[in-house]
Design a protein. Structure first.
Length: 256
C-alpha cells in the first residue's frame, strides 16, 4: 500500500517553507495550509523535498515564473487537451538545419525548434546526426494514429504505446520522436547521445524505462519533450530525473 504523502505549506513563510503533518509544537496544521503532493510521487522523494525545502521552493518558483511559453502543461491519460488546442507559433522542421527531418510536414513550436537546432548542432559536433521522425500532431491526426494502432495491435497493447486524442504530448507542439521510433533506437549513437545530453538543451525523456505505472506508457527511448533548460535541471536535481513527477508536481502546485 502506498504511504500517504503530503507536504504542508505555511502561509506565514515568505519562502513557501514545508513541514510535516504536525506543527512544531505537535499540534495539527490547519487544512487550509496543507499542500498535498501528487500520489504518484514516491515518499522518499517527497521527504527529500521537505528536508531541503529552503532550496527547493525558490528553485521551483523560479522555473514556474520563467515558463512564459507554457511549456509545462500536464497532459496524459487523465489530463487531456481539448480538440481545438493548437499552438499559434508552429514553425517548420525542415531542411537547412543541423538535424535531419525524417519526412515533410513536420513542425514544432518556435522555442522548441530553436532548442532542437542548438541540440542538433552540438550532436553534429560530436559526430552524431539527429533524425526527427515525428513532431506536432493535431487532435484529429492523433485520433487517426490511435485508431490505426488499435486496429493493428488491439486496444490493450495500443494503450501502452499510443495516446488517445487529447492525451498526446505531440499536440503541445513541443514533443519530438527521433530515429527509428523503436526500442532499437536506445542503442544507436543518437539514442545514447540524447540520453546523456538532451537535458542540457531543455529536452526531457518523457517515458523512461521502468515507469509505465507512473507515465501510463511503456518505455519510449525516442520520445523527448522540450521543457526548457531550467525545468530540465529542476527535474534532474529534485525529481529523480522523471518528467512526469515534475510536471504533476508543478500542476498541483499551481492549483494550490
Amino acid at each position: 500500500m502506498r504511504a500517504l504523502v503530503s507536504l504542508v505549506l505555511f502561509a506565514r513563510c515568505a519562502s513557501g517553507c514545508f513541514a510535516e503533518r504536525e506543527g512544531r509544537a505537535g499540534t495539527p496544521v490547519p487544512a487550509s495550509e496543507t499542500f498535498r503532493a501528487p500520489a504518484s510521487l514516491p515518499a522518499d522523494l517527497v521527504r527529500a523535498l521537505n528536508e531541503r525545502r529552503g532550496e527547493f521552493v525558490p528553485a521551483l518558483e523560479r522555473v514556474i515564473a520563467a515558463d512564459r511559453a507554457d511549456l509545462l502543461t500536464l497532459v496524459d491519460k487523465k489530463n487531456r487537451l481539448p480538440a481545438d488546442r493548437a499552438p499559434a507559433d508552429l514553425v517548420p522542421v525542415g531542411p537547412g538545419r543541423s538535424y535531419v527531418a525524417g519526412r515533410e510536414g513536420l513542425s514544432l513550436r518556435r522555442d522548441a525548434e530553436a532548442a532542437l537546432e542548438r541540440m542538433a548542432a552540438a550532436a553534429r559536433a560530436d559526430g552524431v546526426t539527429l533524425v526527427v521522425s515525428s513532431t506536432y500532431r493535431s487532435w484529429e491526426y492523433q485520433k487517426k494514429v490511435y485508431e490505426r494502432n488499435v486496429r493493428e495491435l488491439g486496444r490493450e497493447a495500443a494503450d501502452r504505446e499510443s495516446a488517445m486524442p487529447g492525451a498526446s504530448q505531440h499536440q503541445l507542439g513541443t514533443a519530438a520522436d527521433f530515429g527509428s521510433i523503436t526500442d532499437a533506437f536506445a542503442e544507436t549513437k543518437a539514442g545514447r547521445w540524447l540520453l546523456a545530453n538532451a537535458g542540457a538543451y531543455g529536452w526531457s525523456l518523457s517515458f523512461p524505462d521502468g515507469y509505465e505505472a507512473v507515465t501510463g506508457f511503456r518505455w519510449e527511448s525516442w520520445h523527448y519533450r522540450y521543457v526548457g533548460p531550467e525545468a530540465a535541471a529542476l527535474q534532474k536535481e529534485w525529481f529523480g530525473d522523471v518528467q512526469q513527477y515534475m510536471i504533476e508536481f508543478i500542476d498541483a502546485w499551481k492549483r494550490r
